[in-house]
Design a protein around this ligand. Structure first.
Ligand code: FES
Length: 149
């Protein structure tokens, strides 16, 4: 298990998210935005959807970034959903994708409003996201592939 991995439960199932496996294909948030909302923290809220609908989406994840188990497994995992964020903010530039920022910080927008960011956030690097400054997966549709990274 990677320290960035997270688990979320609604008591019926536990959904596991492995950030390093995620290619931001966007199936989850396009089809079940109430549960998988990259602009919200935490971005997965299983209380916002039907368990079988969530399972359907998780099973359609093109990588194994999203998986699930029956029951509440967060206790066995040491409560990773509420795991403490690292002391430092870590930026991970995804090849042909967004910049992942991990840690606790405050995002100050150009209008001066502030948004507290916790855990992992993906910032758009391609310039076409509809949820700026966050990545919404649109880079996949446009074939974003800068010369480097
Ligand atoms: S990097 Fe993902 S939408 Fe821009």
């Amino acid at each position: 298990m990677d320290k960035n991995d997270r688990s979320y439960t609604n008591g019926e199932i536990t959904v596991h998210w492995k950030s390093k496996e995620c290619v931001h294909a966007g199936t989850c948030f396009r089809e079940l935005r109430k549960v998988f909302d990259p602009s919200r923290r935490p971005w997965i809220d299983l209380s916002q959807g039907d368990t079988e609908a969530i399972i359907d989406i998780v099973e359609r994840c093109p990588t194994d970034a999203l998986t699930f188990e029956r029951g509440d497994k967060t206790g066995e995992l040491g409560g990773t959903a509420a795991a403490a964020a690292p002391d430092k903010i870590k930026f991970n530039i995804m090849r042909n994708g967004p910049i992942l920022a991990e840690g606790n910080f405050v995002l100050v927008k150009d209008d001066g409003t502030e948004q507290e960011i916790k855990s992992i956030t993906s910032f758009c690097r391609c310039g076409v996201s509809r949820t700026m400054p966050f990545c919404d997966g649109t880079h996949n549709k446009q074939g974003f592939s800068p010369d480097e990274y």
